[in-house]
Design a protein around this ligand. Sequence first.
Ligand SMILES: Cc1cc2nc3c(=O)[nH]c(=O)nc-3n(C[C@H](O)[C@H](O)[C@H](O)COP(=O)(O)OP(=O)(O)OC[C@H]3O[C@@H](n4cnc5c(N)ncnc54)[C@H](O)[C@@H]3O)c2cc1C
Length: 510
Amino acid sequence: MQTVKKFYYDVVICGGGPSGCAAAIAAGRSGKRAILLELRESLGGLCTNGYITGLAGVVEGIGKEWLERLDAEGHAVMKPHLPTAEPEYGKQMLEEMVLQSGTRILYGTHVVDCIKEDNKIKSVIAYTKSGKIEVEGKVFIDATGDADLALAADVPLESGNAEFCGLNQSVTMGFRLAYVNLKEYNEANAAWRKHPDFDPNDPKKRSLIVYKEHIAYQEGRLHEILSPGNIVYPMPSQDQTCMDVTLDATHTFDCHNTDVEDLTRQIVDQHRKVIWFHNFLKNDVPGFENSVLEAYAPMNGVRDSRHIIGEYLFKDTDLGAAMKFEDGIYQHTEFYDTHVPTPGFHTAHRHIHANEPVENAICRPTQDAEDYMYTPLVRPLAWEVRTDPRKYCEIPFRSLIAKGVDNLMATGRCMSAEYHAIGSIRVIGPSMGMGQAAGYGASLFIDQKLNAVRDLDGRLVRQMMIDNGVDLNNPPGGYWKTIREFEGEVVVSAGDMCEIRNSKGQTPPR
Ligand SMILES: Cc1cc2nc3c(=O)[nH]c(=O)nc-3n(C[C@H](O)[C@H](O)[C@H](O)COP(=O)(O)OP(=O)(O)OC[C@H]3O[C@@H](n4cnc5c(N)ncnc54)[C@H](O)[C@@H]3O)c2cc1C
């Protein structure tokens, strides 16, 4: 096929998810000629098109600005933890911010290949309705989530891990329900916590939905436990008795997340599981009786796939050990969140296994029988390691720089990290923070006329984040400050997370 159009830009960003958008805005605001190439017809990736509407992690910088601008127009729910963005308005607001930064957007643009000269990418090749196009640039940012550009550029990549024989994390498609009585649901949840059967230390009894799911399963009304833990994300609404919510709940296992046939199997499986789960909610859970399935997410819920091997490979243990780096560009606070690739009672790890305790982390000896269910393919090592919610680690800028190619960075869920580290730092707060840093890194690379991004002093990128209002010199604020200051002990909860509880069993407000 002949190339029908050619474009020339300084910074070329592939993928307009939360990470790519933050990169595009940062590069544009730094005065660079930048272009954002997006496969779909709107921005926000999984955060909008995947109905993953709750932003985890520390939300600072461009991510915070996006939320605040949405909130000012009534399209966000500003909870202390997991604030929620309404996806349709969220898409439009991202579009506005990218265009206001001066960065150009091309929609319906599928990046499939690149042309390299020596160790540099000269241009990317994309398929569009116009036909084949070529976009030349000085520096490239892969924010496709699946490292599509890095694959084309022959960067070393990894997908899945040894422990699970190369399987990716389980897949969950988001969905949106209308006519939910969230007030009734919240009241039922509160009443459940006072019910004699409620047990915060029993994974089957700690949440109302999970408890009811087990009853429906025992009574033969559900073929399987579809959602052993889930969060209902409220959409902004004046009327809590009749409103929209988004959920991501059902899991498909044994996934290969860049195999077209397997992706099709996952999507078909998710479509029917969402219907099963919605029927269960309607029949069994107060507040959902009149709910209507409004939409499946238009984007499949892939948690992880290919990611680059970069100048620094962020380690699973870096998280637990609360590692700090001179070129740290993001403060990360969340727990291990690897969704188990293989079917079993548990779906989510909240810890990793190590040979020995990890400093700064919450560690305890492996509890063999139960733990074996988390990793059915191998026996876990001797120590369970959890992140301490009062501490944080930093993501180094070097983990965004692709090995072997001089002018390529990868951000968001395709950055350079080990499997369980990706499981945690893939979430939206860090994805946007990394994207912003990549945008600044691209700008500095051009200004300093460097030969390779690896020659850039990452401390300058860190400083640029600070100069733009991201306070990396002090521990994270907001919810994370509240939990640091909450008087209580760190306990391993039934959900296998570390949470802080005071002597009355209370946890900080979320
Ligand atoms: C079920 C599920 C639940 C989750 N829960 C949460 C949560 O509660 N809170 C939270 O913060 N995070 C959560 N996450 C994680 C979070 O949504 C993602 O990890 C995050 O959106 C990653 O951002 P990204 O920009 O790296 O990638 P993505 O959001 O995947 O965006 C990638 C973008 O690139 C585009 N693209 C892909 N390939 C190409 C190509 N070849 N050419 C051009 N464009 C391309 C895509 O269309 C998309 O717009 C969840 C994820 C899943 C799947």
